[in-house]
Design a protein. Structure first.
Length: 249
């Protein structure tokens, strides 16, 4: 099984308009886990929801395989879901929830687990590929060919989310898996980034030689400079295959 080393850049910013940050992130390469979360519900609600989620994900522990890793993440999303609902009920709040986009790597296997419109992208061989599909009203319309990506970015319905942790009886995240390659670059972000930077511009920035910590800061600066209407959170992960011992020692 091929092993990898990771270089990570992780940043979150309140943006240019909002008074407080409802985003949260987890960057735990030692666990093969990176995640972003975008809370909803206002102060003492959305920020609490996203924090609960990343706290539960951070308790993942060392896993014995990719299947075990995915099962533990699903269990922690379920746990966070019910903790968020309990918080909302205890404080007599309305709808409180959070998106999640979690990147899991075990050996050379990569998995993405998500709910909502936070995203994960793969930059590989000069091509940018979305690994997630938005659980949103406009995302569903784009998938059906009823709306273009550009129309979705400016639609007044772009913030209508169809899936979120903490909303409904049980969470229903989606998942995809695949194989990691040497040189892969992965981007996790909340919609505060993609609202201002369309995929072609993300591709241009990811194609550069900036280290992940510099690139994550640059991406946030770009979003804020263009209006920063929402909180913005970015994680960039560069993956390098470890050298193998030809004799298997």
């Amino acid at each position: 099984m091929t092993g990898f080393r990771f270089a990570t850049g992780a940043r979150t910013d309140v943006g240019a308009v909002r008074a407080h940050n409802e985003d949260a992130l987890a960057a735990l390469p030692e666990l093969g886990l990176w995640a972003v979360a975008d809370g909803m519900g206002g102060h003492a609600a959305g920020d609490v929801a996203s924090r609960i989620l990343v706290e539960d994900l951070a308790s993942l522990g060392i896993t014995v395989g990719a299947q075990d890793q995915r099962a533990r993440v699903h269990e922690r999303i379920e746990r966070a879901h019910h903790r968020i609902r309990e918080h909302a009920a205890a404080h007599q709040l309305g709808h409180v929830g959070t998106t999640v986009a979690a990147l899991l790597i075990h050996g050379s296997e990569i998995s993405c687990i998500w709910a909502g419109d936070s995203r994960i992208y793969l930059w590989r061989d000069g091509l940018l590929t979305p690994l997630t599909r938005d659980h949103s009203e406009v995302g569903a319309m784009v998938a059906k060919g009823l709306m273009t990506e550009e129309e979705a970015r400016v639609s007044p319905r772009r913030n209508v989310i169809l899936q979120a942790v903490g909303i409904g009886a049980h969470p229903a995240p989606s998942m995809v898996s695949g194989a990691l390659r040497d040189g892969d670059r992965l981007l996790l972000c909340t919609d505060g980034l993609t609202e201002h930077l369309p995929d072609p511009e993300l591709a241009r920035l990811l194609a550069g030689d900036d280290a992940p910590d510099i690139l994550s800061e640059r991406l946030i600066r770009e979003a804020v400079a263009r209006g920063g209407r929402d909180n913005v959170t970015v994680i960039v992960v560069d993956c390098s295959a470890l050298p193998t011992d030809p004799e298997g020692a």
